[in-house]
Ligand binder design. Structure first.
Ligand code: C5P
Length: 412
């Protein structure tokens, strides 16, 4: 089963008596580890007040598409990007019809249109409305477009009827949303991922290092585990929690990272080098703290081993993915890295842009293989990690090429 730890859920509430159950659903999503923001349609506010959801979620409820205050805080596009998943529960017959039509007349339909992640709906309506061919056709359309439809359940209805149309119970919906993240794309595979910076000792108290936060590598480890992989994270010193059910080998220097990587890749299917390995290390490490003097101090540095190139050169090697963080000539530099290091895929990003890359939550990358160069949209590191893992799993299955998914711009 998937987990909702660290997942961001937009809970959409539309007008129906089942909206009272959405408060319980919100609580259950939170208990499963999710951070939840609530969006209500105007009709929903006739059933439950926004204050209920504000109090439970700890955040103002989003109500209007064109609300200047909301746009200044978190606009509708930012909210769509923020979400790992949008769950609309209850989804009324009217909302389902508008979603099937691709309408964007209110905040919730616009969010679903703008979302690049999964969208799920939990229909809730009178049994006769559910049974109508128009509703069936709309629900079929949603399913064909990849929108998950949970339920509805059958039983007693608030209007006194009995039949299909009750909103699926909150605990079932919570499990269903968690399952959306368990793709199974790497089921039975072993994945080894390096992450974070390395520290190269100068003396017992000082070191050379860099600003890598480790966020991308950790997000990849979480996504790989969600995809069913036995996942090992070889991590330099970072301030991030280890994702659940990921084995973490903590290392400090590049030499330690190399040794740990070689020990783990022997039976691995995929190696992803997301670490920002220090290129050089002091040739000698002073045994005592170097004393300050008025003179200049010279450090003699020697190159560190290239971990990803070493793994890629093994006779028995896994599928090997490297990163290229560049400040200029992104495409050329990344392509030469692909060749020089013998990689199967390079994930390239422009670190001169301060809104993406090192330490930031968003990332915009190019995916470069010998066969194609793709540009997924700019997105938060967690959904990007899932997209990358899915893409890599496809490459591993197809021997290096993937049919570009529609959301990816094909460059070459
Ligand atoms: O050469 P450059 O450092 O730009 O290459 C970046 C890629 O190579 C990243 O995937 C990084 O994790 C990997 N790398 C490595 N060992 C090194 C240097 C970089 O595995 N010593």
């Amino acid at each position: 089963m998937g987990t909702l730890a660290n997942k961001r859920v937009v809970l959409g509430v539309t007008g129906g008596i089942a909206a009272y159950k959405s408060a319980d659903l919100l609580r259950r999503l939170q208990t499963a580890g999710a951070e939840v923001r609530v969006v209500m349609t105007a009709a929903a506010t006739e059933f439950v007040t926004p204050l209920t959801f504000q109090a439970l979620s700890g955040h103002p409820v989003h109500l209007d598409l064109l609300d200047p205050a909301a746009e200044a805080a978190m606009g509708h596009i930012a909210l769509a990007r923020w979400a790992d998943v949008i769950l609309v529960a209850p989804a009324s017959a009217d909302f389902i019809a508008r979603l099937a039509q691709g309408e964007g007349g209110d905040l919730l339909t616009t969010l679903c249109l703008a979302s690049i992640g999964p969208v799920a709906v939990a229909p809730a309506m009178n049994q006769a409305m559910w049974a109508k061919p128009a509703t069936s056709a709309n629900v079929r359309t949603l399913g064909e477009r990849g929108i998950r439809v949970f339920g509805p359940a059958a039983g007693y209805q608030a209007c006194g009827d009995t039949g299909a149309g009750r909103m699926e119970e909150p605990e079932v919906l919570t499990l269903g949303v968690a399952e959306l993240f368990a793709t199974g794309a790497l089921e039975g595979r072993k994945v080894v991922i390096t992450a974070g910076p390395t520290r190269e000792a100068i003396d017992p108290v000082r070191y050379l290092s860099n600003h890598s936060s480790g966020k991308m590598g950790y997000a990849l480890a979480e996504a790989a585990r969600e995809a069913g992989a036995d996942t090992v994270l070889i991590s330099g010193p970072v301030a991030l929690p280890v994702p659940a059910r990921v084995r973490c080998v903590k290392v400090t220097s590049a030499a330690e990272m190399l040794a740990a990587s070689l020990a783990e890749v022997a039976d691995a299917d995929l190696f992803i080098a997301a670490a920002a390995v220090a290129d050089y290390r002091p040739r000698t490490v002073a045994s005592q703290k170097i004393k300050k003097s008025g003179d200049t101090l010279s450090l003699e540095l020697e190159p560190n081993p290239d971990i990803v190139a070493t793994v890629a050169a093994l006779a028995e090697r896994p599928f090997v993915v490297g990163f290229a963080a560049e400040t200029e000539n992104l495409l050329d530099n990344a392509r030469s890295k692909l060749l020089l290091k013998g990689l199967d895929l390079v994930i390239a990003n422009d670190v001169s842009d301060t809104e993406i890359g090192f330490g930031s939550d968003d990332n915009q990358v190019l995916l470069i293989s010998a066969f194609e160069t793709l540009r997924p949209p700019r997105m938060n590191k967690a959904p990007l990690a899932r997209l990358l893992i899915d893409h890599i799993a496809t490459l591993m299955r197809t021997g290096g090429t993937a049919n570009p998914a529609p959301e990816r711009e094909v460059l070459v």
